[in-house]
Write a protein of this length. Structure first.
Length: 159
């Protein structure tokens, strides 16, 4: 299985980069992982909804260039479906059983994802009703993907 994580912005903090590198290395046993970063837009403080919509559209255009037509696209969205770790593992397993060989997971920028990207997604996944920094979300997502593969392999880790 090929997993691509498409995300807005660069991770600046070394401790987060280290965690991303560690989970990327661990995932290498189970899948081919690509992390694709697209440039983020500066969001002015107290930006109007119109300005935020324009920013999401610009970032969305950059994301769209990397979405493969043959990929199963999962957008991380606060209004998406919440799954347990076992539920995510089962979802990934089912995708593989149904012939999906490429999953693309999309993490938006600090103000979320463009509506066009959300419409293109085959599935919307929510990790919580809480808001997380998008750089930290990358670490959380990779950890949960690693956990899902361990669960599906029947290996200890998920407790």
């Amino acid at each position: 299985m090929r997993i691509s994580v498409i995300c807005v912005g660069r991770v600046k903090e070394q401790y987060l980069r280290d965690a991303i590198a560690e989970y990327s290395k661990r995932l290498g046993r189970y899948c081919k992982l690509d992390i694709i970063e697209v440039a983020d837009e500066k969001t002015p403080e107290h930006a109007s909804e119109g300005v935020e919509r324009q920013i999401r559209a610009k970032e969305g255009g950059r994301i769209a260039k990397h979405i493969r037509p043959d990929a199963y696209v999962i957008a991380l969205a606060i209004d998406g479906t919440m799954l347990s770790s076992e539920g995510l593992a089962a979802h990934i397993n089912q995708l593989g059983l149904h012939g999906e060989s490429h999953i693309q997971l999309i993490i938006g920028g600090s103000i979320g994802l463009d509506d066009a990207i959300l419409r293109r997604a085959d599935y919307r996944l929510s990790f919580s009703k809480m808001t997380f920094p998008h750089q930290l979300m990358r670490v959380i997502l990779l950890e949960q993907l690693y956990r899902a593969y361990k669960i599906n392999a029947g290996e200890p880790y998920h407790k």
